[in-house]
Design a protein. Structure first.
Length: 359
């Protein structure tokens, strides 16, 4: 039997995972999705399947496993099942995690268990099945409240503003440690520190649909503009920023998805070039546009891009928020040949189109 290779996407039914799965298939990879659906729906998997099969003669199979990353036997079984089908998982993109900063302050143990526990199990199983390439979903939150912006990858990890941020710092350390102590099999990893992903696939077949009331700005803003939720609260207008609201680096999720393809290609090239003698390799990359935008500017950009007013009120600061952060993203440009190409307005328009369709 011919053995084909696949990329396992954990959290593949989630927001960034589903967009990345589509980008991977478009780039010629076979993907396998794993998710426990704690913050997503099976409809996202159907969306991925529709998109990758649109306009193709032959049907592209996208296997999905409903498994929790902390379930060692369940995760191993995914690798074994794929082997039985004649496909070997040769790379993993690990998105699966809980991500609500506020909730993490209330339930830190849940976050430690889910995010760090899940990553530990995955690393063990990758070792067992000799998988050499890992792309990890990290976050700019590892920099805490940075002293200098834009932040580059050499900026130190500052004490995290939230347990969620702490889990990202710990997982990065865990992966680095695992790489150092595991040269046989090797572990080559890319630690991708996302800034603020927003928007949706332009087809509106997949997008961001968290369960319950959204915590993130753009999904909340869209629901508020649609009139299905109370007005958006701008969390804090007395920060030391030009208009008093927090500043972030918002990037289109389609750009971010393409960055994952670039990262997995980079790791595969590393693996091939250091085949027999090389040691494990870990590299962190900031993924952002390089521009900071305030909350009030996002509201204004949304209204300009869509012509729809955003009901909003000016409110108090949110616990755990950093004031200003945006990316110095030149490493990704020079080493991954990736940079963000889509505008804030395009991202907000795509987010709104997704909102209208998913009503
Ligand atoms: P998401 O919630 O849409 O996707 C995460 C997916 O992981 C969900 O489908 C959820 O059901 C699944 N999941 C969670 N715990 C799991 C577990 N133990 N086992 C199996 N599946 C599990 O979130 P997203 O925005 O797509 O985020 C993906 C990754 O990117 C996360 O690691 C997140 O921390 C990171 N990240 C996100 C942002 C952002 O603003 N969206 C920014 C920086 C980093
Ligand atoms: C945070 C983390 C990010 C993490 C992400 C996952 C930082 C700097 N960023 O993003 O790395 O992975 O959570 O969820 O810690 N806002 C409002 N009203 C709202 C919602 C948000 O004003 O109803 C504001 C926030 O105060 C913030 C901005 O909008 O200034 C963006 O918030 P959000 O979308 O939640 O993302 P971050 O908190 O930046």
């Amino acid at each position: 039997m011919d053995i084909k290779s696949s990329i396992l996407v954990t959290g593949g039914a989630g927001y960034i995972g589903s967009h990345t799965a589509v980008a991977l298939v478009e780039a010629g990879f076979r993907v396998v999705l794993l998710d426990n659906l704690c913050n997503s729906e099976l409809s996202a998997v159907e969306g991925v399947r529709s998109l990758v099969n649109a306009g193709r003669g032959a049907s592209v199979e996208v296997p999905f496993y409903e498994v929790d990353c902390r379930d060692r036997e369940g995760v191993s079984e995914v690798f074994r099942s794929e082997l039985k089908k004649g496909t070997r998982i040769t790379g993993v993109i690990h998105f699966a995690a809980l991500k609500a900063v506020g909730e993490s302050v209330e339930k830190p143990d849940l976050y430690y268990d889910n995010n760090i526990g899940g990553t530990k199990v995955l690393l063990d199983v990758m070792k067992e099945f000799e998988v050499e390439s890992l792309v990890f979903s990290s976050s700019c939150t590892v920099y805490g409240e940075p002293k200098i912006v834009p932040v580059d990858e050499n900026s130190p990890f500052l004490p995290s503003e939230s347990p969620y941020g702490f889990t990202k710092q710990e997982c990065e350390k865990l992966i680095e440690e695992h790489s150092k102590t595991n040269d046989i099999p090797k572990l080559n990893s890319a630690l991708l520190r996302y800034f603020n992903p927003i928007g949706a696939h332009p087809s509106s077949l997949i997008g961001e649909s968290p369960k319950g009331i959204p915590n993130n700005l753009v999904p909340y803003l869209c629901l508020s503009a649609a009139g299905t939720i109370s007005p958006l609260t701008v969390f804090g207008t007395d920060y030391p920023t030009p208009d008093g609201s927090c500043v972030r680096d918002y990037l289109h999720v389609m750009d971010l998805a393409e960055a994952h393809v670039a990262a997995i290609q980079y790791l595969i090239a590393k693996s091939l070039s250091s085949d027999l003698t090389g040691s494990s390799h870990t590299r962190a990359f900031n993924l952002g546009t390089g521009s900071g935008v305030s909350v009030l500017e996002v509201i204004a950009a949304f209204e300009k891009a869509t012509g729809i007013p955003v009901p909003h009120v000016l409110g108090k600061r949110r616990e755990g928020d950093v004031v200003s952060i945006w990316a110095e993203a030149s490493r990704a440009k020079s080493e991954l040949q990736w940079h963000a190409t889509r505008s804030l307005e395009e991202a907000l328009k795509d987010a709104w189109n997704w909102q209208k369709k998913s009503k």
